[in-house]
Design a protein around this ligand. Structure first.
Ligand SMILES: Nc1ncnc2c1ncn2[C@@H]1O[C@H](COP(=O)(O)OP(=O)(O)OP(=O)(O)O)[C@@H](O)[C@H]1O
Ligand SMILES: [Mg+2]
Length: 234
């Protein structure tokens, strides 16, 4: 079943066009890896789906409902209600709140306190470094710890689809393993994952499909193996 569908998307910043006629159909429960060189438009594609950029032309649909067109834009809060979540390349946290408070903030919409506590504890058990620092404010976390917290804040929400921009960038091998384990758990729980990543080796076997962007255009090439992907990226 098609979950996220982009048709003929054109967009950019001010007058600079970044995406050109991008059409994409992501099936429910699948893991899609989006690759492309720096500046090819990968993050722009995520921002478009999440309604942070205006669509110039084309449509974005989720679960057979139109989210964005050139005349309609769905608000972020509505997207979250629908189960769409996005982790940006640069993590945004509540800087002066503790790790625990950040996790609680991301579950404000959930009225069941017991359920909320249980979900947060589950995450903290699997991320001991965050558990140890649960009372420390976010502005005192390391880059890697911030990334784990951003992921934790999404996991507790049990999203239908997660757009994850560079999940592995800047992480130690220990934290890469933690993130990969969580991606596996999300996959088993049926979350559709769209991942942008330069560390392709770590994800090539995990992904069901690899798609490539070059200068804002999706490739029709079959990116099934590392050699082909490397050639595509030069
Ligand atoms: N806020 C912005 N204002 C103007 N131009 C932007 C903005 N953000 C990105 N761009 C431009 O849009 C193009 C695509 O950028 P984007 O961030 O989507 O690339 P990317 O594929 O995610 O690259 P990377 O792998 O380096 O993260 C680039 O030319 C970039 O300079
Ligand atoms: Mg990017």
């Amino acid at each position: 079943m098609s979950l996220l569908k982009l048709q003929h998307i054109e967009t950019g910043y001010d007058k600079k066009q970044v995406l050109f006629d991008v059409s994409l159909d992501i099936q429910q429960g699948k893991i899609v890896l989006l690759v492309g060189s720096n500046g090819s438009g990968k993050s722009t594609l995520f921002k478009t789906v999440y309604g942070l950029l205006d669509v110039w032309n084309g449509t974005v649909e989720f679960d057979n409902q139109t989210l964005h067109t050139s005349t309609k834009k769905t608000q972020t809060s509505k997207l979250i209600d629908k189960g769409i979540m996005y982790i940006p390349q640069k993590n945004e946290l509540y800087e002066d709140m503790s790790v625990l408070e950040n996790l609680k903030m991301s579950l404000l919409h959930l009225n069941n306190k017991q359920e909320s506590t249980q979900r947060i504890n589950e995450v903290l058990e699997q991320m001991p470094v965050l558990k140890d620092k649960r009372n420390q404010t976010a502005d005192r976390l390391s880059g890697g710890e911030r990334k784990l917290l951003s992921l934790g804040m999404v996991i507790v929400n049990k999203p239908k689809i997660l757009l994850y921009d560079e999940p592995l960038a800047g992480l130690s091998s220990k934290n890469i393993d933690i993130v990969l384990q969580w991606l596996q758990i999300l996959k088993e729980n049926g979350t559709t994952l769209v991942l942008i990543e330069h560390r392709i080796k770590e994800l090539i076997n995990f992904a069901d499909k690899i798609i490539g962007l070059k200068l804002g255009t999706l490739t029709t090439e079959n990116l099934n193996d590392l050699e082909t992907i490397k050639r595509f990226l030069v």
